[in-house]
Design a protein. Structure first.
Length: 189
């Protein structure tokens, strides 16, 4: 039996290495998702300029409410684009690979490469709350087109986003405090 056990022990590290390599390289399966986010960003840009193209000829005849609604729509689209960029950069750098050439570029955003998953969650929920708030403001600027029930649901959904954001921030804060306590107790030992 000893003769048969030896080759198995020698194969186990090889098998383990192969499995770990497959798991490690599987992160590249996410690369097409990030390419899809680039396509989503392009769609947002096309939508932004389509909105400008459609509305620009009417700017001189628009009333104040319509102009504010147009501006809110454009701000909403730009926030959604920023959200896609944050997820694109942070997700790719956190889960797939570092963007090497960006480290040499002086136009590189300050947050790039420093935003971790926790920071991404906070930025994500903050962006969602901002987008929801702008959408809710657009609705309130155009109250005549919505029923009381619709207004109630839009408000409930927005408050839910805010509450979710506060909960995510609180969980991150608790996790950070927990790490600090563990670090202090480890330092004492």
């Amino acid at each position: 039996m000893a003769k048969n056990a030896e080759p198995l022990r020698e194969r186990a590290p090889f098998l383990e290495t192969v499995i770990e390599w497959i798991i490690y390289t599987s992160r590249w399966l996410m690369a097409p998702v990030y390419l899809g986010l680039i396509a989503a960003l392009a769609i947002l840009i096309v939508t932004f300029f389509r909105e400008l193209y459609i509305q620009a000829p009417h700017v001189l005849t628009m009333d104040e409410t319509d102009i504010i609604l147009l501006v809110l729509t454009l701000v909403d689209l730009s926030l959604a684009g920023n959200l896609v960029l944050i997820i694109l950069f942070t997700g790719y750098e956190s889960f797939v690979s570092k963007i090497d050439f960006a480290h040499k570029d002086r136009d590189r955003p300050d947050w790039m490469g420093t935003l971790d998953f926790s920071g991404l969650k906070i930025k994500l929920i903050a962006s969602i709350v901002a987008i929801s708030g702008i959408h809710l403001l657009k609705i309130f600027m155009n109250l005549a087109n919505y029923t009381e029930t619709q207004l109630l649901w839009y408000t409930i959904i927005h408050i839910t986003f805010i509450f979710s954001g506060v909960c995510v921030a609180a969980m991150d804060w608790l996790e950070e405090k927990s790490h600090e306590v563990h670090a202090r107790s480890a330092a004492k030992e």
